[in-house]
Design a protein around this ligand. Structure first.
Ligand code: SAH
Length: 205
């Protein structure tokens, strides 16, 4: 998976590649999909949601430039796989999911796998997690019409935020927001296809 799907497409950060090797992706999908867990594709996780394609997880993780001890906010816990990759890199991960069954399933996985550096919460993640701000990095794994302003406010300086944004639901770009020296800069990293970010600063619920 790492060599053919991730390194071959240009992800080079050795820490990210090692984290992708270490986290057992098959433990984040339902039993029937275990044979497909390492394929080059997103997979259904129930409730109309998906676990992202391995390459996209690696790309977004690389863009975040995670260092051990960093505080990272993830919006869209889903299966919990992306959060586990961030935790593998030594980050403390605050992850927010809005769909109850997905939240409970992911929280159980984190407990079973003893991933105590992941803090899950059931809420609308477009509001961020103000009590725990600021965050060194923010990663949004669902696509909305804009960058939710609370997430930029809750970003540390320096800090990096990675999010899919689209004017239409089917026309998304991966956006990197960098806060540094009091300034905020935005870079378009190319086209992506994520499930909807639904909430106060996303698509209407
Ligand atoms: N990172 C996940 C990907 C899950 S798909 C993984 O590794 O499996 C994106 C998730 O974002 C879905 O579970 C969806 O319910 C969730 N989501 C969408 N809008 C949200 C919001 N406003 N707050 C929190 N979670 C949200």
């Amino acid at each position: 998976m790492v060599r053919e799907q991730i390194e071959a497409r240009g992800v080079r950060d050795p820490g990210v590649l090692e984290a992708m090797r270490q986290v057992p992706r098959h433990l984040f999908v339902e039993p029937a999909l275990v044979p497909k867990a390492y394929m080059d594709a997103p997979l259904p996780i129930g409730e109309g949601q998906t676990i992202s394609q391995p390459y996209i997880v690696a790309l977004m993780t690389e863009l975040l430039q995670v260092k051990p001890g960093m505080k990272i906010l993830e919006i869209g816990t889903g299966s919990g796989y992306q959060a586990a990759v961030l935790a593998q890199l030594g980050a403390t991960v605050y992850t927010v999911e809005r769909i109850k069954p997905l939240f409970f399933a992911a929280r159980k996985r984190f407990m079973d796998m003893r991933l105590f550096s992941i803090k899950p919460k059931l809420d609308d993640g477009t509001l961020g997690w103000p009590e725990e701000a600021p965050f060194d990095g923010v990663l949004v794994t669902a696509g909305g019409p804009q960058v939710p302003p609370p997430l930029v406010d809750q970003l540390a300086d320096p800090g990096r935020l990675v999010i899919p944004v689209g004017e239409g639901r089917r026309d998304q770009k991966l956006i990197l927001v960098e806060k540094s020296g009091g300034r905020v800069a935005t870079t378009d990293m190319g086209g992506v296809a994520f499930v909807d970010l639904v909430g106060a600063h996303g698509w209407g619920a």
